[in-house]
Design a protein around this ligand. Structure first.
Ligand code: HXC
Length: 482
């Protein structure tokens, strides 16, 4: 495939923003470094273009690096430019978008440029949870140019053009003797499938910039506002007949959870986040009755939908994002449990799984859960059960809510019995637990619904919690198991 064209920083900003809305600040700023002949390399703007403009009529702040100016390296002067727009974005409650294309701290400036990153990181953290922060990686980004994006809410990369690493291939070779190139070290594939650093892998600069515009459309401008409301042009009581029979009768047969999410969204449109990382959990945004909803769902097609380390982290981070920005969370659950194994245990599934548990329990936005099939054990608890503060919990008749699957339970309780006796026990266990009625009897499930009623039942549940006003006990901050 032909490599898509890399755009200049100004072309990028023009595509990102509504036409003729960009207002540039600090275009006359220059660096003041005189080390290593740098006084000969002073250009107006010093390789960062910064300012503000609009996306769909709403104000956003933006800065972008120009790789053609000393590799987009960060000088103290352009760090000050970025800090200025970060401050303005925070003061004015508007999202900030960074278009990164930078070799990190400008080496010739030494500690001065390094301290510039400190200024930026500090502001990233102050703004975290107050305004949405979005980072596009649009070229090779090294050192501090990775850590600022890592502190923001979403990272987008462009295939074949973007890389992220703390130290480049040369340093890696010197220190660890590993042979790699920029792409194998930190290319888009690596970060969107393996490390989970990047949530959106795009095929071109244009696609990346349009994806940012779309993402912004789902989000409020700050944590005191709600996301923009669209006219509810898709019938809110629409029955979704294709969902009847969507859950296979055989509990071991997988199905695609997106076949449930998509048709219940307005106009069947689901905007998935991090689709290629930890595919056993699906997260993303949709609209229901015109309002933004964050979906979190187990994916029975991958690892039977079980929760492993990566899925727990991916889910936790998304739940926390939604909670910061007043976005209701709809959880769709079909989960046999946490993924067992030495790898997972030694990798710390206990503390990583606890992140998801923590995130759900801490979230005070409206929380609705639908159990489609398996809801076993700790994973039932984690995936937004009533006891973690869920507002409305629904189930299909095909739901199985139990401490564990029938086979596993019988092998523990009746391990001394003959295979024939065990087979009987399994049937007995299934009859008792392979349904949602025990949980519904106890009030842990509010209602059992027909699959075709999923959209209208969830919309009604969200409507009932629209004015939810709940807060956690006052504290400086909790101590999430990070
Ligand atoms: C000054 C830099 C620079 C830098 C690149 N350039 N990075 N100048 N400071 N940090 C210059 C190059 O010298 C070159 O100048 C031009 O930019 C283009 O760079 P190339 O190497 O030719 O481009 P490319 O082959 O695409 O490689 C890009 C790169 C590589 C992978 C980013 O340049 C690189 O590894 N740079 C150093 C990365 C790094 O280690 N940064 C960390 C800094 S420390 P000419 O004049 O030849 O065109 C840091 C602290 C962070 O950031 C703290 C975090 C907690």
């Amino acid at each position: 495939m032909e490599q898509a064209k890399k755009l200049s920083v100004r072309e990028r900003i023009n595509i990102l923003l509504d036409k003729d809305t960009f207002v540039e600040v600090d275009r006359f700023v220059k660096h003041h470094c005189t080390n290593f002949g740098m006084e000969q390399k002073r250009v107006a703007g010093d390789g960062v273009v910064a300012g503000y403009g609009k996306i769909d009529g709403r104000i956003v702040f933006v800065y972008g690096f120009d790789f053609d100016v000393l590799g987009g390296s960060l000088s103290a002067a352009n760090a000050a430019k970025i800090a200025k727009v970060q401050d303005a974005a925070l003061k004015n409650g508007a999202p900030i978008i960074g278009l990164n294309d930078s070799g990190g701290a400008r080496i010739q400036e030494g500690i001065e440029s390094l301290s510039g990153f400190g200024e930026i990181f500090y502001r990233n953290v102050q703004a975290s949870g107050v305004i949405p922060q979005i980072s596009a990686i649009m070229g090779p980004c090294a050192g501090g140019s990775c850590y600022s994006p890592a502190l923001t809410d979403f990272i987008l990369m462009v295939r074949g053009e973007s890389q992220m690493f703390i130290t480049g291939p040369n340093v890696v070779k010197q220190v660890t003797n590993e042979e790699c190139d920029k792409e194998s070290l930190g290319g888009t594939e690596v970060h969107s499938t393996k490390s989970g650093v990047c949530q959106f892998a795009c095929d071109s600069d244009e696609e990346c910039l349009m994806t940012i515009r779309e993402l912004i459309g789902f989000l409020p401008s700050n944590n005191m506002e709600d996301a923009p409301v669209h006219p509810a042009t898709d019938e809110v009581t629409r029955e979704v007949h294709e969902l009847e029979g969507i859950v296979p009768a055989n509990p071991n047969v997988p199905y695609n959870i997106k076949d449930i999410i998509e048709p219940i969204c307005d106009h069947q449109y689901f905007f998935e986040v991090a689709p290629n990382f930890a595919k056993n959990i699906v997260v993303g945004f949709g609209r229901m009755a015109g309002r933004t909803v964050g979906f979190v769902a187990n994916q029975p097609q991958v690892l039977a939908g079980s929760l492993d380390i990566d899925a727990s982290e991916k889910g936790a981070r998304f739940v926390r994002f939604c909670d910061c920005f007043n976005i209701p969370i709809v959880t769709i659950e079909d989960v046999p449990g946490f993924l067992p194994g030495m790898n997972q245990e030694h990798g710390g599934i206990i503390r990583h799984g606890a992140k998801l548990l923590y995130a759900y329990a801490e979230a005070t936005v409206p929380k609705v859960t639908l159990i489609t099939r398996k809801a076993y054990g700790g994973a039932y608890i984690v995936m937004n059960c009533k006891q973690l503060g869920a507002d409305v919990n629904l189930a299909y008749e095909s739901a199985e809510i139990a401490v564990m699957g029938a086979k596993g339970a019988v092998s523990i309780l009746y391990r001394k019995e003959t295979p024939e006796q065990q087979a009987e026990r399994i049937k007995e266990y299934e009859a008792k637990f392979n349904n949602p009625y025990c949980a519904a009897e106890l009030g842990f499930i509010d209602d059992i619904i027909a699959p075709s009623d999923t959209r209208k039942a969830i919309i009604k549940a969200l409507e009932c919690c629209r004015n939810k006003n709940q807060s956690n006990p006052p504290k400086k901050h909790g101590n999430m198991p990070v």
